[in-house]
Structures are given as C-alpha cells and as structure tokens.
Ligand binder design. Sequence first.
Ligand code: ADP
Ligand code: F6P
Length: 467
Amino acid sequence: MSLVLVANRAPIRPTSTGWAPALGGLASALLPVLEAQGGAWVAMQEPDERTPLFQRYPDDDPRFTVRRVPLEEPEYAAFYQGMANRVLWPLAHYLVEHVEPERTFRDAYRAVNRRFAHAALDVAREQGGAVQFWIQDYHMMLVPEMIRGALAGAQVGFFWHVPWPASEVFRIVPSATALLKGLLGSDLIGFHTEGYAENFRESARDLLGAEIDPEGVHWQGRHVRVEAHPIGIDVERFVGFGERPETQAQAEALVEELGDVQIVLGVDRLDYTKGLLLRMEAFERFLELYPEMHGRVTLLQVATPSRTGVPAYDRLRRDMDEITGRINGRFAQGAWAPVRYRYRSFTQEELAVLYRAADVAFVTPLRDGMNLVAHEFAAVSERGALVLSELTGAADYLDGAVFVNPYDAEGMARSLREALDLPEDDRRRRLASLRAAVERLDVHVWADRFLTSLDGRPAPPADGEGG
Ligand code: ADP
Ligand code: F6P
C-alpha cells in the first residue's frame, strides 16, 4: 500500500549547497521514514519560498516525492502564523495567555486545510492502487474529515505531535467542536502518551457528547481508535554521527575553545514553550548559589530562528539577547563567558559535536511532546547527563534523566549542580538507561507500528511505553 503523508512543513529545506533536513521534531522524525518506505509528502510552500511544486528526493536516488501547496501571504499569515501558531500551538502547551482570538483566522484555516486535502487526493489518484493517508499535527485538523467526505472508504491516520491538553483547556478555543469533528474523520489518531490520548477522548466526550471507551471514540457510526504511539529518532543515524572520529575531535576542540569548562547545553527552536528565559534565570541562580563553579561551567545555548514575524517569537528573541547580556555582564571574568548564545541553525553533524562535548543537556520546556533533542543527545553522548522537564511527554519514557519543574528556577539551579556532580557510575547507568529507551522508541519502529495499526492488523506492543 502506498503512503500519502500530509504535513505543513516539508521535510527538506534548500541550503546554499543543496538540501538539508528541515528543522523541528516532525520533519526530523518523518524524513527517514519516507526515505525508507517511499511515497509522497504534501507540504506548504511559503510565499517567498523558491522551491519546486513537485520534486523527487533525493535527486540522485529518488525515494519519495514532495508536492508543495503554494500559500499567498494573507493565507500564510492567517493559517500558519495565525490559527496554527497564535491559537493552537499555545493552547496545546497550556500557555493560554498566548492564545489569541481566532475568529479572523478560522476561514483561512479551513480554506488551506481544504487545499491540502485536495492535493492529497490528487496525489493518491496519481499513485493509483491502495493508499494510506497519514495526516500530521495541529495545522491539519480538518483534513481527515475532508478526505473522508470525498473518499468514504479511505484509510486515514492522524498523528498529533504535541501535547493534547485537558478538555477544560481545549474548550477555550471557540472552534473546538469543529476541530474535533475534523480529526474524527480519521480511522486512527495517535498521540505520544496515554495521558494525551485520554485527554483527547475526554474532549470528544465532553464537547461533542460522543461515547468513548478505552480504545477510542464512537463517532457517526464508526469507531475511531485513539492510541499512544511514542515517537523517537532515527537512532542509527545519530549513533553514527556520534561514532565518527571527526565528531570526537571537534568536540574536544570545542571544549578547549571554551576554556576547558564543563558544558551545559541547550538546543532548541527559539520558542517560548521551550522555557528558555526560565532556563537562563536558573543558570543565573546557579552562578549565585555556587561561586566556586565560576570559570568552570558554561551554558552553551543554541537556538534556531523559528516563526519569525509572530510577535511572541520576535519578543523572545529580544528578551534572550537581553538576559544573556545581563548574565555575562554580572559574572564574566577574563576569557570566561558564563553564557555562550548562538542564534542560528546547525546541521545535524554540528549538533552531534555539541551533544558529544556536553556534560549536561539542559532540556527544560514549559510543556513539550517527545522533545527529540533529548533523544538525540542520549544517542550521541558517551558521558553526559540529561536534565529534563517533568512537563514533557518524553518524561514518561526517559527515566534515566534528572527531572526538574521548568517553572522553578531555584530547583533547576540545584538539580543542575546535582547533574554536574553525578558520580561516574550513576551517570553511566543513567545514560545506558536513556540509550535503551531511545532505541526502543526508534522512529522506524514507531512508523511501522502506527501504519500496521492503521491497516487494521494487530500492532506489536509499544515497547518503549512506560520506560
Ligand atoms: P520541536 O518539534 O518543537 O521543534 P523537538 O525537540 O521535538 O522540538 O525537535 C527539534 C528538532 O529540531 C530536533 O531534531 C533538533 O535537532 C532540531 N533543532 C532544534 N534546534 C536546532 C538548532 N539550533 N539547529 C539545528 N537543529 C535544531
Ligand atoms: O513538532 C511540532 C512542530 O510544530 C512541527 O509540526 C513543526 O514541524 C515543528 O514543530 C517546527 O515548527 P514550524 O514547522 O512551525 O517551523
């Protein structure tokens, strides 16, 4: 059966030398799946983007096709920047103060979802034969219902890549019921954790009056299955980066360049859900509490530009510059800068060098789904410790981490010290446990398990679940 995947973000982005994997969890996870299985990926084309509307990838040995849906500036602003990123994104992350009125975005969201549904149906017709539609994430909530409306017998799967909030929070958005009905056009809806799946079933019960059971939602004469399918990374790829001799050599050179300090690493899209400002405050508090660590530890924070033009993201960019300046102004001595902050994107090979060089990965989102940065670190590091926010879906699975509350700067400062001081054997034991969990959650296993379940055949157990 051939695969037609629909996701707002294309899996590859143009660079000065060719193509590179796009940034963000969804693209990093699904690109290797399409490379392995083949099929088609339907994605948006931003207004100023110069990419082909139809592309086979990779050029030299095509594995799959990319079909782009070109968006004009006003629909991009209302659909992507507006409904997706100023309403649904903060809603899913419980950051209700960032949720904006959605009335002016609603029509564009529906119209763009319709264009994606049509594009997916066109691609399916061209491919011929049996097709599985696999729709991704909060940009595309209405697409399943639209595909089912046009093709009653279609096999439609949906994966939600971010947290699903409690129904009391989801109902804040005035379009809540229309959005739920859109999703319920699916045969199978997947979430990272059983907790998110339960929140979704309860939303359908509370807001639509649907009958639910532990396996799913009864809706319009169909049973829509709602399951936990924890996603991971392409483990072999990242382990391979870690094992390259040049990765090790560059990691050593980086430590030397920073003055033989211990490295605390942050790697994120510049996004307010990632808890960056509170993380910086925690590091500032760490420096206040532990003067003996001055000159011995550096926070290396890399943040890739994301969703520029959305006011909250532009504001965060300014705030990060300011807080970095404040901390360095207070504590820097000689050549030692307590914070090294880089606002740009890195290749996966470059990230592997950072993961290898780090003593601690400091992953403290206010809310997050699986957080693939934590997985990538565990796959590449050979001696590091992971400090992880307990408010992530990943916390359900990565029990080798040191857990923190990302709203508690004082607690994070103390846990950071604990992580830096972990005895060697404890650190190794934790890393081994993290590596084992990351291997169980491998993205190829995740995709096989989801698509097998969608196909109606018994899916293998979710090995990674619960730890
Ligand atoms: P999200 O999906 O919210 O972006 P994840 O942590 O799940 O968060 O996934 C982020 C992905 O983006 C990872 O694969 C990571 O390697 C990549 N990424 C994040 N920050 C950077 C950066 N500064 N440079 C390059 N890649 C990055
Ligand atoms: O993983 C969540 C997610 O929103 C993905 O859907 C998206 O690809 C990624 O974060 C990056 O965000 P954006 O596509 O808005 O750049």
